[in-house]
Design a protein around this ligand. Sequence first.
Ligand code: NAD
Length: 469
Amino acid sequence: METKTFNRREFLATTGLATGAMMAAPAYSMRGAAGGKRRVALVGTGIRGITFWGRRLADQFGDILEFVGLCDINPGRLEYGKNYIGVSCPTFTRFEEMMTTTRPDLLNVTTVDSTHHEFIVKGLNMGADVLTEKPMTTDEVKCRQILEAERKTGRKLIVGFNYRWAPHFTKLKELLTTERVGRLTSVDFHWYLNTYHGASYFRRWHGLRDRGGTLLVHKATHHFDLLNWWIDSDPVEVYAYGKLEHYGSNNAFRGGKCRGCPHKNKCEFFWDITQNKTYMDLYVANEEYDGYIRDNCLWRKEVDIYDKMAVQIRYANDVQVSYSLTTYSPYEGWRIGFNGFDGRIDSWEGIPWRKDERINQAELHAQEMSQNEQEEASDYNEVMVMDNFGDYELIKIPMKGGGHGGGDRRLQDKLFRNPDAPDPYRHSAGSRDGAMSILIGIAARKSIEEKRPVKIAELTDLEPRVKRI
Ligand SMILES: NC(=O)c1ccc[n+]([C@@H]2O[C@H](COP(=O)([O-])OP(=O)(O)OC[C@H]3O[C@@H](n4cnc5c(N)ncnc54)[C@H](O)[C@@H]3O)[C@@H](O)[C@H]2O)c1
């Protein structure tokens, strides 16, 4: 990672970038049996499975791993996925059959969130290590089943928290680890999903609480994991508010799906899936098998998740957090402020406060969704550190593409290419990290429903610790 820091005078006088250093990691790593190629099976051949954990792994890591089986309940998507990934392994619509036939070293779980636990638990019990997409699961009962299975089997569970690996987030971790602004006392963290990205969650299974656990779990698991990692302590208590007042039944009209919708000319959220060949081949062509409609109406009445959320979190080390998630913002971005005894660290991304940062939100969303592999520094992210009674320092971190600020690539390299590389900032995430992040969202959900503060220790047998392990 390259960074340069500036004080006020230097910043005004220069626009260049220079180098710094850092990074590396383990704690949780996986190896193939007897030094051979790792035998990988994947369940869930949707977009994330076939791209990031499919074709990308096959292309970039084919020398050290091989796909031995693919599974999905939708046979059409399974066949498309196999061709898309470019492998010749057998395919299965029955998970147990895949596991007993192929005996993988590693099972990759990329199904709908509410089903993760089933495959994680079975995979561990059937002798594989498991790598699951976030969120680890969607409720505390399933979470307990997962923790129990890992303890019982002694196998490893890794949660694919890619955000941690982004250079921008790593820089914040570095500043907090070195107590750059003294003892951390509170954090303000606000995440804005724009009307393209935010709306996309209400079109499909994410809009149903029993499939994605609400965005407090599905989406905010990323943000809560970052907070836990940055603050380096466990959450103790959560109080939250949330409401659905924009999407779902809140609109005056609704259709069946965007394709052929009679309201398309007046609906600002009309989305033409026919323009995306991959989505047409992966989803539309296979609707006949399971009725999964990718361009569903986001005004449909069964949507039952919140579209605005505000969460207060108290940590075991007494740090307090104010977090919010918005799903219909005109721009996509976030802001964070870390308050310490000696100063404050501010950072942000995507906030169009500078003229040259005004970007087309539709294009931005298309870029995000393309899971583009290119990683070129085109701009930079900023971190501003201000000392109490003092000056400020502006740190510039070159902005990388390639998925989640370059975090996606770094995560995979660490998992497969360099599992034993040092991990000074403890980027690698296991089941405890996976649990602690979803437990904040689960506690927030409970808090909204029961109108009371919810203790993390109520939910599982994990005891919050002042310093994370
Ligand atoms: N880390 C990230 O940045 C990131 C990005 C996108 C998605 N994800 C995660 O990846 C996972 C998949 O998301 P997606 O966007 O690919 O969704 P998707 O809807 O495109 O794919 C999900 C697939 O799971 C299959 N499936 C559902 N239930 C199943 C079952 N019981 N058995 C076998 N297959 C089943 C579906 O048929 C579908 O093919 C989700 O958990 C999501 O949270 C993570």
